[in-house]
Design a protein around this ligand. Structure first.
Ligand SMILES: NC(=O)c1ccc[n+]([C@@H]2O[C@H](COP(=O)([O-])OP(=O)(O)OC[C@H]3O[C@@H](n4cnc5c(N)ncnc54)[C@H](OP(=O)(O)O)[C@@H]3O)[C@@H](O)[C@H]2O)c1
Length: 311
């Protein structure tokens, strides 16, 4: 089978589309024929060696985590999923390898794809919507009528967060590039700030929840924006944020470890059409490497880059 992989941490030049033996599903794992996979910033952060503590030192390493496809083999101990199920999910950071014709993942990180959602949409939603759900619904326990500020509201995680917050009945403000202002308003962000000219002054002490989906705000800025009992959520950890979140009960780091509640909530929202990904570009596996490298270098396309092995 074909798989995008690399033999050492480094720049985009390390990436190759190689022919490899399809992986076996070990205990608790399933093997999926990939119909669509989606790119995330962590794909190149890992390739650069920025997450070595989590990604380890075994090579060659596959690229990509989010996928949707059809279960073609199950390992011992797999109970919930069976061969032929249409599923979506994510590999762990250590496993990776979704930009391939076949991928192996833990059963607990894979769930049945709603029939009304395409493989492309499902792959594009996986990691970003799990992250947004865990931040807003699980950690912040966002309620109807509350106010939330989402920094990076037009990114992958940000768009999911806006839609989930609106679905919950919260009032949403957020920051994004000026060129995405109209799209943000249309998605339900009632107050949109240009992040390149962001001034905290009009936002002081107004929010029940601040979700920094872009790694753009300091804990001090979040404190200034929050109401007295408000919470801030962070998904781009820095040493300062890790320490600050450890020492504080109002600032929290969130990591995208899917829970059954998150998966059920996301699936229901997607089925109801309340959680819809923005897909910027769809490419075949043979064009995955230049497309991912362009996304890494330029931030384009806006919207998710989806890779389709069977095209
Ligand atoms: N902790 C976790 O488990 C977890 C899970 C998922 C993602 N993440 C991390 O979260 C971050 C966002 O992920 P993503 O998939 O949403 O990435 P993305 O799709 O690239 O979105 C990032 C967005 O942030 C915007 N942005 C850049 N600088 C900003 C600033 N200073 N203020 C406000 N917005 C700004 C970008 O706008 P422009 O493109 O217009 O510049 C873009 O829309 C990444 O660093 C990713 O690695 C962490």
């Amino acid at each position: 089978m074909k798989r995008v992989q690399y033999r050492r941490y480094g720049g985009p030049d390390e990436l190759r589309l190689d022919e490899v033996r399809p992986p076996d599903a070990a205990r608790g794992q399933i093997r999926v024929q990939v119909r669509a996979a989606a790119a995330n910033p962590m794909d190149w952060k890992i390739r650069r060696g920025e997450m070595k503590m989590l990604s380890g030192s075994r090579f060659p390493r596959g690229l990509g985590h989010d996928f949707a496809g059809v279960v073609e083999a199950v390992g011992p101990g797999v109970r919930r999923l069976k061969v032929g199920d249409e599923v979506q999910g994510a590999t762990t950071i250590r496993q990776a390898g979704a930009f391939a014709e076949h991928v192996v993942a833990d059963e607990k990180n894979v769930w049945v794809k709603p029939p009304s959602i395409s493989f492309e949409q499902a792959a594009a939603l996986t990691l970003v919507s799990v992250t947004a759900w865990l931040a807003l619904m699980a950690k912040a326990r966002l309620k109807a009528g509350q106010s939330v500020f989402i920094a990076g509201c037009m990114g992958g995680v940000g768009r999911s967060a806006v839609q989930l917050a609106r679905m919950r009945g919260a009032e949403v403000a957020g920051s994004c590039s000026a060129c995405e202002r109209e799209e943000a308003l249309a998605l339900g962000v009632s107050e949109v700030a240009d992040y390149r000219a962001f001034d905290i002054a009009p936002y002081q002490h107004r929010f029940d929840v601040v979700f920094d989906a872009a790694g753009a705000l300091s804990l001090g800025q979040c404190s200034a924006m929050l109401k007295r009992r408000g919470k801030s959520l962070h998904i781009v950890p820095t040493p300062a944020k890790m320490i600050g979140c450890l020492l504080s009960s109002r600032h929290h780091l969130v990591f995208a470890n899917p829970t059954p509640q998150a998966l059920a909530g996301i699936t229901e929202a997607a089925e109801q059409g309340k959680l819809v990904p923005a897909i910027g570009r769809v490419v075949p596996l043979s064009e995955a490497i230049p497309a991912v490298v362009e996304l890494e270098r330029t931030g384009l396309p806006k919207g998710k880059l989806v890779i389709v092995p069977t095209r």
